[in-house]
Design a protein around this ligand. Sequence first.
Ligand code: AIR
Length: 201
Amino acid sequence: MATKKTSPKKNATTQAGPVKSAAKKQAVAKPAAKASAAEKILVGIVMGSTSDWDVMKEAAQVCREFGIPYEARALSAHRSPAELEVWISEMEKRGCQAFIAGAGGAAHLAGVVASQTIIPIFAVPMPSKYMKGLDSLLATVQMPRGIPVPTLAIGEAGAANAALAVVAMLALHDTDLRKKLEEFRSRQSEKVREASLLEFA
Ligand code: AIR
């Protein structure tokens, strides 16, 4: 974990390796850190606004659970396109293997990231105030042929599943990760087997 309070990037949070729980809490509660350029980051999580973090932190949580180094940033395809472009190329240099992008409304972020890199990207449509995320979903998923943006469900489940899809992809070439993912699935099945329906009067 590399948290530098002096970092000028106020909306970045990074987990570059196993961290102690107090430091973990700080990374989420006070997202103000960026790993040094030397640190390898496997997953880039990006969202159109800090207001998306509550949903997108579900993706970061999964990465943390599986011990996958990630960096999360709030960067908008519309409001800060130049910074977004710079960040994508920084992430490429740091060994990023997958991006996860979430945006709401006229949600072009994932498509714009996909247009600038051949690293796989998974998209998460954000719930929105007036259209409940249907606008975000359609803006994200209806990509032109040639620039694919695999799109997950709207909201928290989509964010967690985007990270799980990345885990599955990385696990193809990482036996430890594959074992962790299989264990995760077994625990999940066990919970369903153990669950019972409540009695009714
Ligand atoms: N957004 C930001 N730039 C482009 C888009 N589409 C999205 C954000 C967020 C929504 O606009 O991803 O879901 C509202 O952002 P804010 O900052 O007004 O809360």
